[in-house]
Design a binder for this molecule. Structure first.
Ligand code: NAD
Length: 282
């Protein structure tokens, strides 16, 4: 009989997530059974203290894997049996493989963004990069940029404590690179000196309209990558594209993390282009 997979997503306020459809469509296209369910803490009327119960239930019911999102990516760690090296380094898990009853944590947020850089920035200079936003997504994409070779990396956040903390942990992970942090006053000089800009704040989302920097700072020779993926083209990306800059949308990261999670859950090779096309149609 054909193999089948049972997976899910745990987080809060995720009832409209596109991830189930993305995974199930790829399962169908691969000719396997694939069911992907949402466990929304909000809908279930649970706080994060419900996490151990949901994990135990998923294990009992024979789930193959779970994606983990806000606000559970850190607090799930002590509940797992083992971690991939990168999940351990990042201190964040978005993918749990349930393998013979053992719970193994992975992080495909960073690898999804790295894949996105490989595909969309081929040949672009990545030595000097500036990033706005040092939150959860920011930590993963900064790790991706440094893993992909950024030599000089500037991290800026409206909350100076956050950018300083992320700077310190990145500097410890990549001791041979120059990693600096700054507050918002540092944006013009840092962007002026950079070859690429990564945007990892919520600005540009439908309910957070606007841009995290002055559009005057954009240049045609400055690539711009956004993590925001709804809308697919944020104001930042539209303005960068208008002046001829290379851009990478957050869709690539969202698809990339799903591609890597699908592979971990099923041990089948997903078709990344097909998943991207499916996301475009959602
Ligand atoms: P977060 O709240 O953890 O972090 C956001 C950070 O941005 C905070 O530290 C905040 O201080 C900072 N910030 C806000 N406004 C700023 C400004 N004007 N300038 C500089 N810094 C500013 O949020 P998060 O979980 O990191 O998510 C950020 C965005 O990433 C969200 O829009 C989310 O939808 C998106 N995201 C996308 C993907 C994907 O797969 N494409 C994955 C995860 C998150």
């Amino acid at each position: 009989s054909r193999p089948s997979y049972l997976c899910g997503l745990i987080g809060s306020g995720i009832s409209k997530s596109l991830t189930p459809s993305l995974h199930e469509a790829e399962g169908r296209a691969q000719g396997v059974g694939y069911v992907y369910r949402i466990f929304d803490l909000e809908t279930l009327g649970m706080g994060v203290e419900g996490l151990p119960h949901l994990l135990a239930a998923a294990k009992l019911l024979g789930f193959n894997g779970l994606n983990i999102t806000h606000p559970c990516k850190q607090m799930i760690i002590p509940l797992l049996d083992d971690l991939s090296d990168d999940a351990r380094t990042l201190g964040a898990v978005n993918t749990v493989h349930i393998d013979g009853g053992r719970l193994i944590g992975h992080n495909t947020d960073w690898s999804g963004f790295a894949r996105n850089m490989d595909e969309g920035l081929d040949g672009a200079p990545t030595d000097r990069v500036v990033q706005l936003g040092a939150g959860g997504a920011g930590a993963a994409v900064a790790y991706a940029a440094l893993t992909r070779g950024a030599e000089h990396f500037t991290i800026i956040d409206a909350d100076a404590t956050r950018s300083q903390q992320l700077r310190d942990s990145l500097a410890a992970m990549f001791p041979d690179r120059v990693v600096v942090s700054g507050d918002l006053t540092a944006v013009p000089a840092a962007v002026g000196a950079a070859q690429g800009l990564i945007h990892a704040t919520p600005l540009g989302m439908a309910h957070h309209p606007g841009m995290a920097l002055d559009a005057e700072l954009l240049r045609s020779d400055l690539w711009v990558a956004d993590v925001v993926y709804r809308p697919a083209e944020t104001e930042l990306l539209r303005r960068a594209r208008d002046i001829g800059a290379r851009t990478l949308s957050g869709i690539g990261m969202a698809v990339g993390q799903a591609v890597d999670s699908f592979r971990i859950f099923t041990e089948l090779e997903p078709d990344a282009l097909r998943m991207r096309e499916h996301m475009r149609l959602l």
